[in-house]
Design a protein around this ligand. Structure first.
Ligand SMILES: NC(=O)c1ccc[n+]([C@@H]2O[C@H](COP(=O)([O-])OP(=O)(O)OC[C@H]3O[C@@H](n4cnc5c(N)ncnc54)[C@H](OP(=O)(O)O)[C@@H]3O)[C@@H](O)[C@H]2O)c1
Length: 216
């Protein structure tokens, strides 16, 4: 009999995160989620354990991490990220807590407009980021700080970053596959399904890839 796995989720009440939590529970995983407003989940499930709190003031990160098989972050806070790298600040504390508790696997969802560590964005993406998407500049900087930290200081853990491209909360448009070059404009639920598969896929370790719909 296989042992039930536990996934620790940050950002589970968000647009990607709510789909992720639903899919993980449907797949039989236990979900432990930190949320500022637990009522936002709108579901009760014996396999869902919600801990109330903010990433900027977690009282006991070790207790949150202990016993998890994977950690998944789908965090975003455009207003706060304009001023502070709140997600990178969390990850700098989270990774040592993971080490202390023997938890190794971590997936972070960033965006396709965030550059890979120590690389420049292709010109077209750079223009989009600095024009129509400029309201999210702080979020991109924070996501880039996460990727730089993981690459430079955390290669002993099994991290992976999904540089997602998301256009709507519509129905599924297909199955996303990991892609180094092309990024599809996907739906939140397809990105959530991709995150759930990818965090359990050892071939994605130490990648900062995008995702694209596979050929039907
Ligand atoms: N949205 C897009 O179109 C898009 C496109 C491509 C990539 N991405 C990337 O995907 C990631 C997730 O985006 P998303 O749009 O799915 O997220 P989102 O809907 O903005 O949700 C963000 C999540 O982070 C949580 N959060 C924010 N501040 C927090 C804090 N201080 N403590 C605890 N939780 C906090 C939110 O909780 P509350 O519910 O309490 O607010 C929510 O669960 C981001 O890295 C983003 O850059 C997004």
């Amino acid at each position: 009999m296989s042992q039930q796995k536990t996934v620790l989720v940050f950002g589970g009440t968000g647009q990607t995160g709510q789909h992720f939590v639903r899919l993980a529970l449907k797949d039989g995983l236990r979900v432990r989620a930190l949320a500022r407003n637990p009522a936002k989940f709108g579901i009760t499930d014996p396999n869902l354990d919600v801990i109330q709190g903010s990433i900027t003031s977690i009282p006991d990160l070790d207790a949150l991490v202990a016993g998890a098989d994977f950690v998944v972050s789908m965090l975003g806070n455009a207003a706060e990220q304009r001023e502070h790298t709140i997600v990178a600040d969390l990850v700098r504390k989270l990774v040592p807590a993971m080490r202390r508790n023997g938890v190794s696997r971590f997936l972070h969802q960033a965006g396709g407009l965030s550059a890979r560590p120590h690389r420049r964005l292709p010109l077209v993406l750079w223009i989009i980021r600095h024009t129509v998407a400029r309201g999210f500049e702080g979020q991109h900087r924070d996501n880039e700080a996460v990727m730089r930290y993981l690459t430079d200081e955390a290669n002993d853990i099994e991290w992976m970053v999904h540089r997602a491209g998301i256009g709507s909360d519509g129905p599924s448009k297909g199955v996303l596959q990991r892609s180094r070059r092309a990024i599809s404009i996907a739906t939140f639920q397809d990105c959530a399904a991709y995150n759930l598969r990818t965090v359990q896929d050892a071939t994605a370790i130490h990648t900062c890839d995008g995702s694209r719909y596979g050929k039907p």
